[in-house]
Design a protein around this ligand. Structure first.
Ligand code: PBG
Length: 323
């Protein structure tokens, strides 16, 4: 008989043989930036998560850096008055995104700044691309995304993170960055991004729910697995430095297949709905908050994610490191 319990008998041996270690180095912190001063608005469907104005963003960056959190992923909330069909605010040199990037680089130049590249926050329709009638235009959108990426790079972004799922955006962005002289700016591609109900709270955060239809003509069908590998290999060929699977928790099989198929870092995004589910059940006392945070993220890492974007990043630090 094999005594499999030998390796589980006591804390010390369990620690010694544990295969997966979640650490601060794995985490990317998503941040929501909004207009105004001294704004710190809690997002109703994301308890304890906030939209921050630039002054508060600066403070947040200092705090994150002190906690050992060294990468952020920026999203901006755009007022309705600045949304138009051409998504022109996405290309405004003095828009919220370039301002936020410059501010972060002033406050903490070593912070790795990643920026969301997609048109949904800037569009009255809430879609990730330019819209004609009810169609989401592909190539026209890619042109805007490429310009947007150059703008973010010129403000100091280290990585641009296209989350739009248009075809050809990675090669379009890479070419535009090279042409503008930003050869050091990387691309974190949301490569296997599924059309998911788990994005609901995020769309509250940015007020970016689609005004018509859904995102199924560009985001992936969650019944598909082979397609994820196709998308990922395609993005790597086009020049992606890091590929991402999104959402994470319900897509652990995809994370593992991607990890086995590629030789670039694999990221996973534990999205807003995953956050909200843990928060809501913990609030009711139905689940242990801290245990669920660590278990969900460790499972994502075990599945094969080298880096994880999560709204729980600060919780992880508190739970793992403050004894
Ligand atoms: C949009 C975008 C979304 C998220 C990141 N970028 C929402 C969507 O595709 O509708 C979701 C993130 C989350 O739910 O936490 N480009």
């Amino acid at each position: 008989m094999r005594r499999n319990r030998t390796l589980r008998n006591a804390f010390a041996i369990r620690e010694l043989v544990a295969e997966t270690q979640l650490t601060a180095n794995d985490l990317i912190v998503p941040l929501f930036v909004t207009e105004g001063t001294n704004v710190r608005e809690e997002i109703s469907s994301m308890p304890n998560y906030y939209r921050l104005s630039l002054d508060n963003l600066g403070k947040e960056i200092e705090e994150l850096w002190d906690l050992g959190l060294k990468s952020v992923l920026l999203f901006v909330k755009v007022p309705d008055s600045l949304k138009d069909d051409a998504c022109s605010e996405a290309l405004n040199e003095n828009g919220l995104m370039p301002k936020a990037i410059r501010l972060i680089k002033q406050v903490q130049p070593n912070m790795c700044v990643m920026t969301d590249v997609a048109l949904d926050p800037f569009s009255p329709h809430g879609h990730d691309g330019l819209v004609k009638g009810e169609e989401i235009l592909n190539d026209e959108t890619v042109e805007v995304l490429a310009k947007m990426s150059v703008l973010h790079a010129s403000a100091g972004a280290d990585f641009v993170a296209p989350s739009d799922m248009m075809d050809g955006r990675v090669v379009g962005i890479r070419a535009a960055l090279e042409k503008a002289g930003y050869s050091k700016t990387g691309i974190l591609a949301y490569s296997a991004k599924y059309a998911s109900c788990y994005y609901g709270p995020f769309r509250d955060a940015l007020d970016s729910a689609p005004g018509f239809g859904d995102k199924k003509t560009y985001q992936m069908d969650y019944r598909n697995r082979a397609e994820a590998i196709k998308e990922v290999l395609n993005d790597i060929e086009e020049g992606a430095d890091i590929v991402m699977v999104k959402p994470a928790g319900a897509y652990l099989d995809i994370i593992r297949e991607v990890k086995n198929a590629v030789h670039v870092p694999v990221a996973a995004y534990q999205v807003s709905g995953e956050y909200a589910m843990i928060k809501a059940s913990a609030e009711r006392g139905w689940i242990n908050h801290d245990a669920a945070v660590i278990e969900s993220l460790t499972a994502i890492k075990r599945a094969g994610a080298d880096l994880i974007a999560t709204y729980f990043a600060k919780d992880v630090i508190r739970i793992l490191y403050s004894k």
